[in-house]
Design a binder for this molecule. Structure first.
Ligand SMILES: Nc1ncnc2c1ncn2[C@@H]1O[C@H](COP(=O)(O)OP(=O)(O)O)[C@@H](O)[C@H]1O
Ligand SMILES: [Mg+2]
Length: 376
């Protein structure tokens, strides 16, 4: 593999729909270096369309088709902006790994009454390949699900490859809209799962009550009080009792669910609800890590939640004596771990290597993930 051909672009837009994270990454064996990054704005009307298509409604095929193309174009533009800022020509990039925008996620662990499991990420990769001229790998989750897996989380294999160390029991936790945790026994991947909500409930609650997209640094929640009975009721959700391969989404953890639980209480101040939601996030993460069969001594956080000082402080308390730090401590900027994951997954696919981890997703076996859309 020549030096110039080890460059990949990773594109990620998570459940938060806050922005398209694009990272230019150099992949060499199991070393992954982030060379340049660009956060691409998602226009409000596209955000609105994503929110609307994320649950059932009329004229879905039409709306999904239009949005699929629009997002594909936006992902292509994110790539072009990234490469311009880095002064890199498209021809120097071996491939783009595009996660796409999840609009439905119903994994086997959540499919009820024999309903088929499926997961759907949109953002047309044909359009990305056509507009950028760069080979694009996309649709990473559905092969794993076809093999009986959850299709998620996919990050643990990447965490094991690049953030593990021999002889150290580590956890890596990505706090995006949903939070996922990876448990590493030295270099070996022991477990990986979605622990439950990350920022999604916090974001939606602060938007409703303060018309802000998120609670900066967790300042508002830090001023509230945990409502123990509400926290207990929220933790009674059956998801938190699941073990083994599991993944979740906004289909389960959303304001409709919260409103339903809140219906059983009277007069909890909005700020105290926010505080309790923060406690739900950190308690579900800490409980899952503390329940795993090895004693974790180091916990590294990535994703937007790593900027929430209040969440980080509470995690330090709940996970002690394990140390809690950002993945920056390991040399990887927490804001770009997920985008780098999809660049790395694209490299795995082009090299004919599996991208899923059977122990995490529960798939029948290791699979080469995604479809390849050839560039110019
Ligand atoms: N300074 C901050 N304080 C509190 N929360 C933050 C901060 N910066 C980012 N976030 C949170 O991170 C979220 C975005 O995280 P991200 O990792 O991009 O999630 P996703 O993968 O779901 O898009 C925001 O919606 C917000 O909740
Ligand atoms: Mg995001």
């Amino acid at each position: 593999m020549s030096g110039e051909h080890s460059l990949y672009v990773g594109l990620m837009s998570g459940t938060s729909v806050d922005a398209i994270d694009s990272a230019l990454v150099r992949c060499r064996h199991n070393t992954v270096d982030i060379v340049a990054t660009h956060q691409h704005t998602i226009p409000p009307e596209i955000k609105q369309q994503v929110a609307a298509i994320s649950h059932s409604g009329g004229d879905e095929i039409e709306r999904m088709g239009v949005l699929d193309r629009a997002l594909g174009l936006l992902f292509a533009e994110a790539t072009i902006s990234l490469l311009e800022s880095a002064a890199v020509q498209p021809g120097q990039v071996k491939a783009i790994g595009s996660h796409g925008q999840t609009i439905r996620h119903r994994p086997p662990s959540a499919a009820r009454d024999n309903a088929a499991s499926f997961t759907l990420q949109i953002g047309d990769p044909n359009t990305i390949a056509e507009v950028t001229g760069i080979t694009t790998v996309a649709d990473f989750r559905r092969r794993d699900m076809a093999a009986g897996g959850e299709g998620a989380p996919l990050a643990p294999a990447f965490h094991a490859a690049v953030l593990s160390a021999p002889g150290v029991n580590r956890a890596v936790v990505n706090i995006g809209g949903i939070a996922n945790a990876t448990i590493l026994d030295g270099n070996s991947l022991l477990m990986g799962f979605d622990s439950g909500p990350g920022n999604t409930l916090l974001d939606h609650w602060v938007l409703r009550h303060r018309a802000e997209p998120f609670d900066r640094d967790g300042a508002w929640s830090a001023r509230g009080q945990v409502h123990p009975a509400l926290l207990q009721r929220l933790l009674e959700h059956p998801y938190f009792r699941q073990t083994g391969p599991r993944s979740t989404g906004k289909e389960i953890f959303n304001l409709a669910w919260l409103d339903n639980v809140l219906g059983g209480f009277t007069d909890i101040a909005a700020r105290d609800v926010q505080r309790t939601l923060a406690e739900l996030t950190v308690t579900s993460i800490a409980n899952a890590i503390n329940a795993c069969p090895i004693t974790v001594s180091e916990v590294y956080i990535c994703g937007g939640g790593s900027h929430n000082k209040h969440l980080m402080e509470r995690l330090s308390v709940l996970l002690a004596p394990a140390t809690v730090a950002s993945t920056a401590q390991l040399g990887m900027d927490p804001d770009w771990v997920e985008a780098a994951t999809f660049a790395w997954l694209a490299s795995r696919t082009l090299d004919g290597l599996a991208g899923n981890a059977q122990v995490v997703t529960g798939a029948a076996g290791a699979r080469v993930l995604g479809g390849i859309y050839r560039g110019a």
